[in-house]
Design a protein around this ligand. Structure first.
Ligand SMILES: [Zn+2]
Length: 141
């Protein structure tokens, strides 16, 4: 705990990670931009300088989006099919663009929330545990 990033000492009250992520803002100051493109993470915060180089949400947002978008679209599709029985081509014409809009609309907020939650919980790479006797094993021997 001897080294502390100077960017982490300037903001006494960090923003809510969910709110900052939904708005695509910096998890540290809540003011700078988290994204440099549509879903491309910026190298650092443009306000406080927080380093985003280790931010990696991986496939996490996609899994949540697939499940939520499928629930919305397939549920709506089943309801419409039960009530109106439209032909399949009409279902495809309606629901393919709807699915595309829902998925694209959720990409940035979900990715933002997962990245800001990683910063909030100080998530990092797993560390290898060194092999050797455990302290209680030495005491028992
Ligand atoms: Zn910032």
């Amino acid at each position: 705990m001897s080294h502390q990033d100077p960017a982490q000492t300037t903001s006494p009250t960090p923003p809510s990670p969910v709110w900052a992520g939904l708005r695509g803002r910096c998890p540290h100051c809540g003011k700078g931009h988290l994204f440099a493109g549509f879903v491309e993470v910026a190298p650092a915060c443009d306000v406080c300088g927080q380093d985003f180089s280790k931010a990696d949400s991986g496939d996490g947002p996609v899994i949540f989006i697939i499940m939520l978008a499928s629930l919305i679209v397939l549920g709506s599709m089943l309801v419409i099919d039960t009530i109106y029985s439209p032909p399949m081509w009409l279902q495809m014409v309606i629901w393919m663009p709807v699915m595309t809009c829902i998925v694209l609309g959720m990409m940035r907020p979900f990715k933002g929330v997962l990245i800001t939650l990683q910063f909030h919980h100080k998530a990092g790479q797993g560390q290898q545990v060194k092999a050797g006797p455990k302290p209680d094993q030495d005491a028992a021997a």
